[in-house]
Design a protein around this ligand. Structure first.
Ligand code: OSB
Ligand code: MG
Length: 369
């Protein structure tokens, strides 16, 4: 597969809701969108980094620079037999998994299209639809929280995840647990606690949570392992898992009993497959995370979450929850807590170019010499 050209854009897409987490409030996404061209086909990739480094350290501008000035010039004009060959070319550059993932995932899409097969098959998926849950931001009150939880349970979501932070944790979760005793409930702290808060976190044990997501530092494994020995609720790692190497160490340390996979946080599908294999052999259940993706990123996540290790509902909820209008033609919608994986070659979705053009803040076209 010869990579002939690329188009890189920065888009802005307003969210339909205010999404509050322990690290801040999001009201829109600033999206890096990559179209990669080769053999008359087009592969698509979507960045998940934000303008500011509040979740992980990467930023839209930093990734834009790396893709435009370093990564794309490294691959354009080259003939690459498979995604591993592309990953090899990017491997001398340290870190920056989200920036690498934009290119790696676009290439996976292109590669699958060249094979004429849907991406889920190329990745080794085993189902055509996946179980989904929903991630709900911090609400203005406990009453407001009960209302949104009820609404999403009625819509059929199979797991409710509530964002928590110090001062907004035990009480709100207890109220939700009392109102919905049977619901599969989880909490996501986005690194808002320290090991010294363990007494507060231990109180969550009485609420029957399926897991508590990333309570401690965004790079930490060791303190998570210590905390896991003090609490019964399984810890799920998100922020700390940025590579298969980190996953191996997390398993060895006992830093978590559940893993959240976000291919964009791990550098792409290839690295995610490695984490999937490690988790499978260690008996660690997986679920697909989300980063408020628009249609391209959401489609990629859906395809990857058809692998057998994804045994818990993911954060891949209906696109219509997030956007008045999505980047793609296809409607990625959940029905009764299940989401169908798009059919057709590659990720199986198509850009609505006139809409994409309207929300484009910046773009660049590059071709291989
Ligand atoms: O921690 O999973 C997270 C969104 C942005 C950054 C981090 C996270 C999230 C979510 C939302 O929880 C998941 C989604 O609906 O896409
Ligand atoms: Mg999380």
């Amino acid at each position: 597969m010869r990579l002939e050209a690329a188009e890189l854009r920065i888009l802005e897409l307003p969210l339909k809701f205010r999404f509050e987490t322990s690290f801040g409030v999001q009201t829109k996404r600033t999206i890096l969108l990559l179209r990669l061209f080769g053999e008359g086909l087009e592969g698509l990739g979507e960045g998940v980094m934000e303008r500011l480094p509040l979740y992980r350290e990467e930023t839209v501008e930093g990734a834009r620079y790396l893709l435009q000035e370093v990564f794309l010039p490294q691959v354009l004009g080259k003939d690459l037999p498979n995604p591993e060959a592309l990953a090899q070319l990017l491997s001398p550059f340290r870190g920056n998994p989200m920036a690498k993932a934009v290119l790696e995932m676009a290439f996976y899409d292109l590669f699958a299209k060249a094979l004429g097969r849907p991406l889920w098959q190329v990745l080794g998926g085993v189902r055509r639809e996946v179980e989904v849950g929903v991630s709900l931001g911090i609400q203005p009150s406990v009453e407001a929280t009960l209302k949104v939880v009820e609404k999403h349970l009625e819509e059929g979501y199979r797991r409710i995840k509530l964002k928590i932070k110090p001062g907004w944790d035990y009480e709100v979760l207890k109220a939700v647990r009392e109102a919905f005793p049977e619901a599969t409930l989880t909490a996501d702290a986005n690194s808002a606690y320290r090991l010294a808060d363990f007494a507060r976190l231990r109180r969550l044990d009485e609420l029957g949570l399926d897991y508590v997501e990333q309570p401690l530092g965004y790079e930490d494994l060791l303190d998570h392992a210590k905390l896991q020995r003090e609490i019964q609720t399984p810890i799920c790692l998100d922020e700390s898992l940025t590579s298969a190497e980190k996953a191996r160490k997390a398993i060895e340390l006992g830093a978590g009993r559940v893993f959240n996979i976000k291919p964009a946080r791990l550098g792409g599908h290839g690295e995610s497959l490695k984490v999937h294999a490690l988790a499978q052999s260690a008996g660690i259940p997986l679920w697909m995370g989300g980063m408020l993706e628009a249609g391209v990123g959401r489609a990629h996540n859906l395809h990857l979450s058809t692998l057998p290790g994804f045994t818990k509902p993911g954060d891949v909820s209906s696109a219509s929850r997030y956007w008045e209008e999505d980047l793609i033609e296809e409607a990625l919608e959940a029905k009764a807590g299940l989401m169908a994986v798009p059919e057709g070659p590659g990720i199986g979705v198509h850009l609505k170019l006139p809409f994409v053009e309207r929300i484009t803040l910046w773009k660049a076209y590059m071709s291989g010499s």
